[in-house]
Design a protein around this ligand. Structure first.
Ligand code: KG4
Ligand code: ZN
Length: 335
């Protein structure tokens, strides 16, 4: 079964062809980073227009790379939400057109489910249950999955998402947009214990997160240092900030897995590309007797292979979306 995956929820136009829910035959991304960089963030209207320009040539190229034609496609999986409404609509219109023209089955996929299912592309589906940490530019949440496609949200951020915090601090430090990857690189040369930033809600006894206090703490620290005539070392600052985020995520994820009696932990979302988070999660998982899985770097950030993978799994269960399915910018992970 060949599934065409389409993802346009934010600032990447992505198209993939995945066979049997597992083999990635093509996985293309047309990035809009340069377009939005000068504004320091994603401009929704510009994103929609860029998706319109990119989507058709990208679909043609993906099919060519995969060595197939539109008529070889059995299913079309498309991100239905959450995301920017105008951006989602472009991918959805393309997916419906392909499904209508070829008779392929249409399936709408939750973007967050896609991030979780990115793990299955490389590892195959592990035996449920799982606890999943989903950390991206728009989300930070812990989810219990008693079985495939069943979600119980254990906790989430009460303010900023982790990726948002990385991007804001990176911007403050002049590291550009999106800043997560640049901050990660800089942090590798710094001392994570140099500055003791707060670990918000680490002992709150629940699975919620808060990141806006950390952001303020970093700004205050730099202000105070500059006022005292000192210049904080950027690498130490990056490493200490990153460590405060990673510390809380690792400890809450392990606690959730142990409390739920789950032995498999899945990590998903752009922030999982963070080298320190991967390293610390792997170590903590090994110590706690947990199997910790995360996608390869290119499958952590937004891509269409993960959408095709999650869609293939739903299609295999007999699920289909109607041709009039609507996008849902505020879509949540539901059972
Ligand atoms: O999942 P994603 O590609 O898009 C959303 O669904 O939001 O996540 C993007 C976020 C951005 O905030 C980006 O800065 C962050 O993931 N990110 C990272 C790293 N790579 C990407 N954050 C920290 N370290 C990284 N290496
Ligand atoms: Zn994402």
């Amino acid at each position: 079964m060949k599934v065409l995956g389409i993802e346009t929820s934010c600032d990447e136009t992505a198209v993939a062809v995945v066979e049997d829910g597992r083999s990635v035959l093509a996985n293309l991304i047309s990035s809009q980073v340069d377009l939005h960089a000068r504004y320091g963030g994603v401009v929704p209207e510009l994103a929609s227009r860029a998706h319109v320009q990119a989507i058709n040539p990208l679909m043609a190229e993906a099919l060519e790379r995969a060595g197939c034609r539109f008529t070889d496609i059995d299913g079309v999986a498309v991100t239905v939400g959450p995301g920017l409404v105008g951006a989602l609509l472009v991918g959805m219109a393309a997916a419906k057109a392909v499904a209508l023209a070829t008779g392929a089955d249409l399936i709408g996929v939750n973007h967050l489910e896609g991030h979780i299912y990115a793990n299955f592309l490389e590892h195959g589906p592990p035996e449920p249950p799982y606890v999943c940490l989903v950390v991206s530019g728009g989300h930070t949440m812990l989810v219990h999955m008693p079985q495939e496609h069943r979600y119980e949200v254990l906790g989430q951020t009460v303010d900023d998402a982790a990726g948002e915090a990385f991007d804001k601090i990176a911007r403050f430090m002049g590291l550009g947009f999106p800043g997560g990857p640049a901050l990660d690189r800089l942090a590798r040369q710094g001392n994570p214990d140099a500055i003791a930033f707060p670990r918000a809600m680490v002992d709150s006894g629940d699975y919620d997160f808060s990141l806006s206090g950390l952001k303020t703490a970093v700004l205050r620290y730099v202000k105070a240092e500059v006022a005292a005539g000192r210049r904080p070392d950027p690498a130490d600052l990056a490493a200490s900030f990153q460590e405060a985020i990673v510390d809380v995520q690792v400890s809450k994820t392990v606690a959730a897995a142990l409390e739920r009696g789950v032995s498999t932990v899945l990590l998903g979302g752009g922030v999982v590309a963070n080298t320190r988070l991967r390293e610390r999660m792997e170590k903590a998982g090994a110590e706690a007797g947990l199997r910790v899985l995360f996608p390869s770097m290119e499958l952590c950030t937004d891509n269409a292979a993960m959408i095709a993978c999650a869609g293939a799994s739903r299609l295999a269960r007999g699920e289909r979306s109607a041709l009039d399915v609507a996008v849902d910018p505020g879509l949540e992970l539901a059972s």
